[in-house]
Structures are given as structure tokens and as C-alpha cells.
Design a binder for this molecule. Structure first.
Ligand code: THG
Length: 370
């Protein structure tokens, strides 16, 4: 098939690392927060194998930051999420559901607490900036809300620690999961967290100032030569195996955090001031009637999942939908993420999934694969 191209324009933003990404031979992009996000370098399968065995440098500049700065920054942050932030200290990152007044998911970012009066919200693919600005203005809060010139660069894979230590020194090895520290690169301060959109381990460097992007990219590629470093990107197969959710694909503002399996990141009773708290208290009490599940789909490799695939019961009733699916080489089955009604969400339940290639047998898994 002759795949159409994306027409470049100013609205479709490049990143500080785009030059390096192109030099590394990027084969496909998606658009995320109005910015280019690479999706394939060698092939999705080769990128997957390499991610699990070596180390990759990912241009995830499209994980834009919403910065909150000022005396009311922490108050505003707590208004945005049902996760209780009172115990969070500067130096910590939290994965936080962001919900609207009905308890519907608006985004599922990583919140980075830089100081009591300064936060970065590292957003998924929705225009969260406008919701946050609206709340700050509507409540007359003493806080500045904007998108700073900060571009995350992720280092992912089992050899991440060695690569990072080669560039930033051995102290970077001591950064704990979902914590960050400040490190120097060519006289510039870099916030470096142990986090990232894979289950293979690694770091995220919050690069402040686009001008230092390519010098850092080049230094990592040079230092990693002996470690088989390669440009990479969030990998479809690896993320489905790991159950990492994709906002806009696996959930939308029609879903509550509980439906998304993100109830463990909600402390709705104690998250005082959270918008949507009353709505969420109701759904938390009743419990969701549908929820995200890992689903194995039998048979040959499925085509790309471009729209929801109906999930049917053994009797043929519609009981859910698949939102992400792909062939997994390591588990030798099609792995999928779907939303399934409570009558059919128990592990082992036999289902049918209507793919564009026809109906397939499928089953609810006890958990994700990795
Ligand atoms: N890192 C940063 N920003 C991001 C992402 C990221 N913004 C966009 C997108 N990814 C937001 N979504 C997610 C989804 C999952 C995770 C992080 C961001 C994640 N989840 C882990 C898990 O589910 O195993 C850990 C969650 C936890 O235990 O706190 O990491 O990747 N900067």
C-alpha cells in the first residue's frame, strides 16, 4: 500500500532532537501534542528486540510540560488530580490522573514537583494547558501557567544506567524510581528522573532550552557506541505487553480513572479541593462497571488497530472494545488492551474480537504480560 505523507508546516512542530532523529533514519512519525513523535526506526519488531537488550535514546519532546509557578502552584496541582499530593516532596514524580468535573479523564501525565511553588506536568496527548489556565483564571489563583521550552529525552533499556553514567557520572545511578536529581551537562542544569514509557528501565532528561538538545543527543550517541546505543521511540509491542496506557487510544474523557485501572492512583477521600471529587466519590463507592483488561487474541498477527474493535461474549453480545493490539514475538500471541464489561472481565473469560480481518477467539488475561 502507498502510505500518504504528512504535509509539514509550522503547526506540526519539530523538536530540538529532530535533526538527530532524521540522521538516525526515522521511518515513521505520529503526531502528539501537535509535535512529531517518531514511531519506527528499523522496524517495530527490531526496535522492540533492541529496546529489551540494549539502550535507546528517545525523542519524547512531545511530552510537553505545563509549568505552574507561584504561591498557589501546589493548591492548583491538587485541584487537578484525585491523587493526594500532600506527602509529595520536591524531587519526586507522580503518575497522576487528571479529571474534569464529571470524573472523566482529561490526561494522565507525570507530575514533577520541582519546589513547593514550582511544578511541571508532563502531559499526554490532550491540550491540558487550556484547562489549567482556565482554572487558574477562574479561581483567581496567584500562579503563572505556561508551556516552557523543556523537552524530555528518554534513555530506555537494560543498559541505560551505563550510558547515563558515561555522560553524567556515576551519581546518576543513585536516582530512584520516579525521583529526580539535578545534573550538569556542559554547564547547563538538567533535571533527570528515573522514569519513562517502557518497562525496560531508564531515565528521562528534561532538557531546558532547545539549543542544548543536539549537543546532548550527540554526546549520548558518542558515549554509547560500545553499548550498541540506537535511536528509539515508545514501542507499540513493548507498551502493550507492559500495559502502559495511551490517552486518546485506550481512554478518553468518557472514562473514569477507575475504569482505566488507575484507581490505585486516586485518594479521592483525602484529595481535598480536587475538581470532580464528588463525581469520583460516587463512582469509587459503586465501583466501575467496565474496566481496562489485558486481552490475548488468537491466530495470525492482527493488523494495526485504528479504531475500536468490538469485543463480543461467547454468545455474541457486545461486552467491550479493544483499543490497542499487536503481535508479540516474545509471547507468541496477539496482545491487546481493551475495555470490558464487568460481566465478562474475569481472567480466563472467553471472548471474540471483531478485527478488520474477521472475528477471532480471545481471552481475558490475569494481568499484562510484562
Ligand atoms: N514520561 C513523561 N511524560 C509523559 C509520559 C512518560 N507524558 C505522556 C505519557 N507518558 C503519560 N502517560 C504515562 C503512562 C504511564 C506512565 C507514565 C506516563 C508510567 N507508568 C508506570 C507503570 O504503569 O508501570 C509507573 C507508574 C507508577 O508506578 O507511578 O510510567 O512516560 N515524563
Amino acid at each position: 500500500m502507498n502510505a500518504p505523507l504528512l504535509s509539514p508546516s509550522r503547526r506540526l512542530r519539530r523538536t530540538p532532537f529532530s535533526q538527530g532523529v532524521e540522521a538516525a533514519g526515522v521511518k515513521a512519525y505520529t503526531v502528539y501534542n501537535h509535535m512529531l513523535l517518531p514511531t519506527v526506526f528499523r522496524s517495530v519488531e527490531e526496535d522492540y528486540r533492541h529496546l529489551k537488550e540494549a539502550v535507546q535514546v528517545w525523542d519524547v519532546a512531545c511530552e510537553r510540560q505545563v509549568e505552574l509557578r507561584g504561591p498557589d502552584a501546589s493548591r492548583l496541582m491538587q485541584m487537578l488530580t484525585p491523587r493526594d499530593l500532600r506527602g509529595m516532596t520536591p524531587g519526586q514524580c507522580f503518575y497522576v490522573p487528571i479529571v474534569d468535573e464529571t470524573g472523566g479523564m482529561l490526561n494522565d501525565p507525570v507530575a514533577v514537583k520541582l519546589a513547593e511553588d514550582r511544578w511541571w506536568i508532563s502531559i499526554a496527548d490532550s491540550d491540558l494547558l487550556y484547562w489549567v489556565k482556565g482554572i487558574a483564571q477562574g479561581w483567581r489563583l496567584d500562579v503563572l501557567v505556561d508551556e516552557p521550552d523543556v523537552s524530555p529525552l528518554a534513555i530506555q533499556g537494560p543498559r541505560s544506567d551505563d550510558l547515563m553514567a558515561a555522560v553524567f557520572g556515576d551519581a546518576v545511578r543513585d536516582v530512584r524510581f520516579f525521583r529526580f536529581g539535578h545534573f550538569d551537562f556542559q554547564g547547563r542544569d538538567m533535571v533527570i528522573a528515573r522514569s519513562g514509557y517502557s518497562k525496560q528501565g531508564g531515565f528521562e532528561i528534561y532538557v531546558e532550552g532547545g539549543d542544548i538538545g543536539m549537543p546532548l543527543w550527540n554526546a549520548l550517541m558518542e558515549a554509547g557506541k560500545s553499548m550498541d546505543v540506537h535511536a528509539g521511540c515508545p514501542n507499540l509491542i513493548e507498551r502493550i505487553e507492559g500495559g502502559l496506557l495511551s490517552y486518546g487510544n485506550d481512554m478518553t474523557d468518557d472514562n473514569t480513572p477507575h475504569e482505566c485501572g488507575l484507581g490505585k492512583f486516586c485518594n479521592t477521600h483525602t484529595a481535598i479541593g480536587c475538581i470532580g471529587r464528588d463525581a469520583l466519590l460516587r463512582v469509587a463507592k459503586e465501583g466501575p462497571t467496565q474496566q481496562i483488561r489485558a486481552i490475548a487474541i488468537e491466530g495470525a498477527p492482527v493488523p494495526p488497530c485504528r479504531e475500536w474493535w468490538p469485543v463480543l461474549s461467547a454468545r455474541g453480545d457486545r461486552v467491550g472494545r479493544v483499543s490497542s493490539a499487536t503481535w508479540s514475538p516474545d509471547f507468541a500471541t496477539n496482545v491487546a488492551i481493551g475495555m470490558v464489561r464487568m460481566t465478562h472481565w474475569d481472567a480466563g473469560t472467553e471472548l471474540r474480537v471483531v478485527t478488520p480481518d474477521g472475528e477471532r477467539r480471545a481471552s481475558v488475561q490475569a494481568g499484562f504480560w510484562a
